[in-house]
Design a protein around this ligand. Structure first.
Ligand SMILES: NC(=O)CC[C@H](N)C(=O)O
Length: 307
């Protein structure tokens, strides 16, 4: 079905929307991205990969990491413990909003895809030190992507660590309410490294494929995460994966997906393929404007909506 020349055509079409977007610069290092970049990879269960655009480009995961950390923590702690600290409901608020934390009782983040919930999830990554917890997460990412060379961008991690005052506020709020109990600077160190893990869109697509195949790596046959964990993650991708644009995304595109402010999108078309996109021009909600256009073209052309 998908051909490279068709994909290149879609990339060209979607790129025209870059002018309506803006790269994220509240993390200063992300502000260096070129808004006109756009690349995509599609990974099929038979090992076929089709890509277009500059696919050597690396993207930091940012919020995409939230779905991977959630999978790891569900395996580390089990559903009961995880959902004692973080809820399952979409918020309709921006990803970094602090507002609902005060409104909802008990004061726990509404879901693991907003920053407050993601910080609670990162807090639950098992290990004796920040170094050990990060190493475990990184090994998990490498396994999902089938790429042992994946690492993180020290520059992006440092840049976020130095400027993440709102995330620190969320952490202190969570600490006050007993959702987390570790040192906030240590949690921020781990979280900013997690968000700065970087990879190509081929790697992203390969991870998307594992989710699409219910947690099983189709190439090694290994069940990397239990089916239930993959199912929970994909459900969150549908209900909260594109922040407060998830409803419109479900209607227009209908593919479980998670975006990040770096302009990355990881998508999982159940049973069919994994998709990785990098397009740093963002809309006002923080989603890749070109990436979403590209996914819309794909979804419409190949009937990829799960609904
Ligand atoms: N939406 C995002 O990608 C946010 C991730 C970013 N590291 C933050 O915490 O602000």
């Amino acid at each position: 079905m998908y051909t490279k020349s068709e994909l290149e055509q879609f990339v060209k079409q979607a790129k025209q929307y870059a002018r309506y977007g803006k790269v994220a610069d509240y993390i200063p290092a992300l502000g260096k991205a070129n808004p006109n970049d756009l690349s995509i990879a599609i990974y099929m269960p038979d090992g076929n990969v089709i890509d277009a655009g500059d696919t050597t480009h690396k993207v930091t995961l940012q919020s995409i990491s939230k779905i991977i950390a959630l999978a790891l923590v569900l395996m580390d702690r089990g559903e009961q413990e995880v959902f004692r600290k973080v809820g399952m409901e979409p918020t309709g608020d921006p990803f970094n909003s602090i507002a609902k934390l005060e409104e909802v009782q008990p004061a726990k983040p509404l879901n693991p895809m907003i920053n407050a919930g993601a910080l609670a999830v990162t807090h639950m990554i098992a290990g004796a030190s920040v170094t050990e917890r990060f190493e475990r997460l990184l090994q998990f990412v490498r396994k999902l992507a089938g790429n042992p060379t994946i690492t993180y961008s020290e520059e992006v991690a440092q840049s976020e660590f130095e400027t993440a005052f709102l995330n620190r506020s969320l952490c202190y709020f969570l600490k006050q309410h007993g959702i987390i109990n570790e040192d906030v600077e240590e949690l921020m160190d781990l979280y900013t490294k997690q968000c700065a893990i970087e990879m190509t869109c081929d790697d992203l697509a390969r991870i998307g494929l594992v989710f699409a195949m219910d947690g099983r790596d189709p190439f090694t046959g290994e069940q990397i995460m239990p089916l239930d964990v993959a199912r929970i993650c994909k459900t969150f991708m549908v209900t909260c994966g594109m922040y407060n644009a998830s409803g419109e995304f479900a209607i227009k595109i209908g593919i479980p997906a998670k975006s990040g402010v770096s302009g990355g999108i990881l998508a999982a078309v159940p049973g069919r393929c994994g998709i990785g996109i990098f397009g740093p021009a963002l809309d006002e909600k923080g989603n890749s404007i070109t990436g979403m256009k590209l996914l819309e073209l794909l979804s419409k052309t190949y009937s990829l909506s799960i609904f």
